[in-house]
Unconditional design. Sequence first.
Length: 406
Amino acid sequence: MINQQIALKLFEGFSIQRWTDLVRPFDLVEMDKAAEKMVLAYIIGKIEENEGKFIDWTWMIYASLFDLLKKISLCDIKAPVLTMLREEFSQEYLKLNEWVLNQYEPLFKDEELFSMFSNYVGQKAGSIEIPEKTKTAFRVLRAADKFANLREFQMFSVVNEPFRLENIYKDLQSDLQEFMDLKGVQQLLTHQRPYEFLIKIEQLRFQVRWNQTPRVPKTTVLGHCYFVAILTLLMCRSSNVKMCPERILNNFWTGLFHDLPEAVTRDIISPVKQATDELPNIVKKIEDAIVSKELVPLMESFYIDEIMYFTSDEFTNRIYIDGQSKEVTWEELNEKYNKVQYKPVDGRIVRVADHISALMEADISIKHGITSIHLAHGRESMLENYPIGNIINGIDVGKLFREIVR
């Protein structure tokens, strides 16, 4: 379920500024926070899973989408205000949630997805009980959200006067106390390996895409990755294929981590990569070597192989069989390998999502009146690469691209 209205609404996450009543050394926007939260949720969740806990990953990735949609609707209302509303004015809080859902109902053509959204809003409000199997995932996601807040605080605290921060710091510490039983939270707070891995990934939050041209809104590599992951999730629902749970998750995580190598290589723009016929392959080999040297040692052993699978050949339809990745066709994914044991990935959908993100980044800036030859050329190249009638993994991509920029 993907259309222009939903795509544009989600893109607003790149414009919503956070911590607007404090001095900020760089833009802190909602999309970047959502991205870092899901990186943290992956790290904390994998550690809990390794400890023998069940993590409802499918619930978690949809919950992250619904959290972002709700935040976009409510904009920059401070968390303490929402907490007071929920605890002291419960009826008004429920009406506010109903108002949020009413804003989105006309945009959703996928009734099942909107029902999931409504159910999640009820779960967070306490009016709908959280299933027992989902409770650990719920706590992991909340812990990730709180730690992401703490990391933002730590980054901007160096440029703010201490008296402005005292109460905020106390609240952040208090928020995290509830999750101190989670091993991943303990390791993050004591700056162990998961923290070092997170700090390296955070560098993607400082890297601005299209940095050779003025553009609004600016988007970072990390925020772009989460946007791609969400677009991938929604496009998978548009493909009219009942994908196995593992396939849905692999597609989402591939989207989120697809630019992970740039944390250690920085962005090498497409025109440079394509300057010679052999350069794309050479760049890929260099990226793999640097990732192995600088990123892999920071990962936990029980998820190294999984992340490397997400980031290797990230734009190909593939499965994992006989100990290695194998490229397959869309038809083979559906007819033979749509099963958990094959770890199927719709890499071509991830690539389409990546290009939709780039198209929107260029098109929206142009429509705001901030343009350049780079943006105009990028926009036209995307449309040329996906002509009308171009079907990829069951999606009419040519039609979708033109709907998004109409």
